[in-house]
Design a protein around this ligand. Structure first.
Ligand SMILES: [Zn+2]
Ligand SMILES: [Zn+2]
Length: 255
């Protein structure tokens, strides 16, 4: 299995995973042209994509999903709640093939096994995904309010983890955001800060981890060096070993 990111953060998220000839995207928060341009950058044709897995309806994850799916005949995998919320926002296009995700049931997209799990976030029915090709397991986890035992259970024993490091607590509370927004971000249905992610990573079985990448960093409320240091402390490794997803994502990594 190998994976790359086309985008990460509040301006758009899109992760690509490939195993045994199957390609899946996790989220697509970029415009159609931008998605196509960035797919070309990593050497993939849109026609290679076997499915788009949607985590939740927020625009930075879902705004590009239906235009990409409609343009290239790709199946969209999502929960009933995510579909309902996207319909209410007028973001669903007719004629796109849908497959429904149950937050407790694993399924296959061709050669990739997908294990969805529910997460606390302020969306209708959010899930995150573990992807497996039978030999290695990868998870991308962003947009989670607080680390939960359920999250720890699902993330233990992974080979690669792309983990949200949304904000630094002092930068958020000392920053310019309005109070309601600070409370939303820091609340139990908001986002993981560097310290949350450090604690979560520290609680996992990390024995197989070959890649740890900080993701969904706030441009206003975080610094890459702070996120990297927090994850390195949890891993007990050199800071350079920790990867970071920029707003432009990151290039292929192999498992
Ligand atoms: Zn997000
Ligand atoms: Zn969100």
């Amino acid at each position: 299995m190998r994976f790359a990111s086309l985008a990460s953060g509040s301006s758009g998220n899109c992760l690509v995973a490939e195993a045994d000839g199957t390609v899946v995207l996790v989220d697509c928060g970029l415009s159609l042209t931008e998605t196509e341009r960035r797919l070309e950058r990593i050497g993939l044709a849109p026609s290679a994509i076997g499915g788009i897995l949607v985590t939740h309806e927020h625009g930075d994850h879902a705004d590009g999903v239906f235009s990409l799916a409609a343009a290239h005949g790709i199946t969209v995998y999502l929960t009933h709640g995510t579909l309902a919320a996207m319909k209410a926002d007028g973001k669903v296009l007719d004629g796109v093939h849908l497959a429904f995700v149950n937050g407790r049931q694993a399924f296959f997209v061709d050669g990739i096994q997908v294990l969805p799990f529910t997460v606390p976030h302020d969306a209708r029915e959010p899930v995150q995904y573990v992807l497996s090709d039978g030999a290695a397991k990868l998870a991308v986890v962003t947009d989670v309010g607080i680390p939960t035992p359920h999250l720890e259970k699902n993330l233990s024993g992974l080979d690669a983890l792309v983990l949200e490091c949304n904000y630094d607590r002092d930068m958020l509370w000392g920053g310019a955001y309005p109070r309601w927004l600070k409370e939303r971000i820091a609340g139990p249905f908001g986002h993981l800060d560097n310290a949350d992610s450090e604690r979560l990573l520290g609680a996992l079985d990390r024995s197989r981890l070959k890649h740890v990448i900080g993701a969904h960093l706030s441009q206003q409320n975080n610094r890459p060096a702070l996120a990297r240091a927090a994850l390195a402390r949890a891993m007990g490794c050199a800071e350079e070993w920790i990867g970071l997803a920029s707003p432009d994502g990151f290039d292929w990594r192999s498992l």
